[in-house]
Design a protein around this ligand. Sequence first.
Ligand SMILES: [Zn+2]
Length: 76
Amino acid sequence: MQKDGRGVTMTSRCLLCGTAASVVGVFVPDDPAAFGGTSGKSRLIRYGLCAKCSGEDDLQATVEKVILAELKGGIL
Ligand SMILES: [Zn+2]
């Protein structure tokens, strides 16, 4: 597990259900400031997903919601 200083790594567990992740996704917000980053600088958020959740239909929307919620909750 590494933090590179501008990104957050949380890839060992599925972002959505918390079981062991089997794939890793990268979320790049259009508006980094809304995700705790500095406006104008890109912010990468890596996340893990299990095989089941990575096949969800509206995955991108769900992932974005969960990441936002976790940022606001101070988890990330
Ligand atoms: Zn999952």
